[in-house]
Ligand binder design. Structure first.
Ligand SMILES: Cc1cc2nc3c(=O)[nH]c(=O)nc-3n(C[C@H](O)[C@H](O)[C@H](O)COP(=O)(O)OP(=O)(O)OC[C@H]3O[C@@H](n4cnc5c(N)ncnc54)[C@H](O)[C@@H]3O)c2cc1C
Length: 436
């Protein structure tokens, strides 16, 4: 492999997904020399199509809110709906019912369009993009990361020196994989089969724009509608269940639909528009998310489960925080140390703790019994909506999450009351239970 000339950038961003593009736009906009290395040709298919309301202020800050709203497939989303496998129980949470002032809507987006728009915005802000270039190895000077070896589209390798690397490489978690910092969650092993469909039944009225999460045995489905009436449908299953149903994603998907009357009803007469994609090994923790000369943002810093659509919010929020730390550190002393990144790493860990606990609760049937029968007591519905909207950044988070913790306590009480034969609320007949 020929070794070409050396390049350099003050901020090197690995990955042009939502995390990488967000960080790059903010850094370049602040005058930092910024270079994105993105391996895939854009636009490209990606899962992660349902956004949360509290992602919108950042889209405003990036100046892309209107662009995103005007993309051909963008669908306004006013809430999130949940339904049991047979349709016997259903609940819709509306974002306008969160703790005030609520952001009353978000969007469903096709990620080929959304990611392309964010990357174009990063370019407009002054970031350079090496499209079709792939990082192959990090380079260290002691414990400081000093750059990446990359391969260009013709297969030539060269070194890019950086003052800081923001690793926004998504699920591949480039740095953590190579450094042995990425560990799967052994009790939360899921796989997803996904395609886009035409002809899916949608609920009437404004609920038609909602994401719907439908329970199934050892898993759940998402149904995410787009503006042209097409719908992204994915089945997320325990890997054991996946293996019991088949191996090819289209076979597993079909068998899971057949076992889920509510989804079968909605998909009767629907036709897939894309080959099915299988997405596996997507639940992992990352032990090290920042150090001298580097920071991991978005999925590269860890991922558990997509049930509450928190991924793009986490990706863009952690990327924006990292960009801010980098801008301040470079202005202060011309380099970026681990200590400079402490605000970002603390934010990343605290958001992961909160959302991961919410996700784990979803796999507890006793929690779900309350989730499907929200009473107005203790402001619990508003607390659930605030979490579903990712209203976790503004002051007053303690009050909002304390209501959520009350719900966790009720779920524990429900467990005991079921054992005693006197449940507090009616238990669910079937659920997505896992041992997460
Ligand atoms: C089944 C499933 C469903 C989901 N549904 C939702 C949802 O509805 N809503 C939601 O908000 N989130 C959802 N998510 C999560 C969401 O997809 C991610 O959180 C989000 O895409 C993370 O953005 P990112 O920028 O960190 O990574 P990505 O969007 O994955 O971008 C990473 C980029 O890095 C590039 N890259 C990687 N390695 C290299 C390399 N070595 N060299 C060069 N380039 C490289 C990749 O090509 C890619 O473009 C879902 C996740 C899964 C698994």
């Amino acid at each position: 492999m020929a070794v070409g000339q050396e390049r350099s950038a003050d901020a090197l961003i690995l990955g042009g997904g939502p995390a990488g593009s967000t960080a790059a736009a903010l850094l370049a906009g602040a005058g930092v020399e910024t270079l994105i290395v993105e391996g895939d040709p854009f636009p490209r298919f990606h899962v992660g199509e349902s956004l949360l309301p509290h992602t919108l202020p950042l889209l405003d800050r990036l100046g892309v809110h209107q662009t995103v709203r005007d993309l051909p497939h963008t669908q306004r989303k006013d809430g999130a709906s949940f339904v049991t496998h047979d349709g016997s129980k259903h609940v819709a949470y509306w974002f306008e019912d969160g703790f005030p002032p609520a952001i009353p809507h978000a969007y469903q987006v096709r990620r080929d369009e959304f990611d392309d728009a964010l990357l174009a915005n990063a370019r407009r802000c002054g970031a350079r993009v090496l499209g079709g270039w792939r990082a192959t190895a990090p380079r260290w000077d002691g414990k400081r990361l000093v750059g990446l070896t990359v391969r260009d589209p013709d297969g030539r390798e060269q070194f890019i020196r950086s003052r800081v690397l923001l690793d926004a490489s998504g699920q591949s978690s480039f740095l953590a994989s190579r450094m042995g910092w990425r560990f799967p969650y052994p009790m939360h092993r899921k796989a997803a089969a996904v395609s886009h469909f035409r002809g899916v039944w949608l609920p009437p009225g404004r609920e038609a724009g909602n994401i719907t999460i439908a329970l199934t045995d050892q898993g759940w489905f998402w149904l995410i509608p787009f503006a042209d009436g097409t719908v992204s449908v994915g089945a997320v299953l325990d890997v054991e269940r996946w293996r019991a149903l088949g191996s090819a994603p289209e076979d597993v998907f079909a068998a899971a639909v057949e076992a889920t009357p509510e989804v079968a009803r909605r998909l009767a007469g629907a036709a897939p528009l894309l080959p099915f994609a299988a997405i596996q090994n997507f639940s992992y923790r990352v032990m090290q998310v920042g150090g001298d000369g580097y920071c991991l943002v978005g999925d590269a810093a860890g991922f558990l489960d997509p049930v509450f659509s928190t991924g793009v919010f986490l990706a863009t929020t952690t990327a924006a925080a990292a960009a801010q730390d980098v801008i301040e550190a470079l202005a202060r002393h011309g380099r970026v140390d681990a200590a400079d990144l402490a605000p970002t790493t603390a934010l990343t860990r605290s958001l992961q703790r909160l959302f991961f606990s919410f996700i784990r609760a979803y796999y507890d049937p006793h929690f779900l019994a309350f989730f499907f029968s929200p009473s107005g007591a203790l402001e619990i519905p508003a607390a659930i909506v605030s979490l579903l909207a990712a209203d976790v950044l503004r002051p007053g988070r303690w009050r909002r999450t304390s209501r959520y913790r009350a719900l966790l306590a009720l779920a524990r009480a429900q467990r005991w009351s079921v054992r005693l034969g006197r449940p507090l609320v009616e238990p669910l007949a079937a659920g997505p239970a896992s041992r997460a």
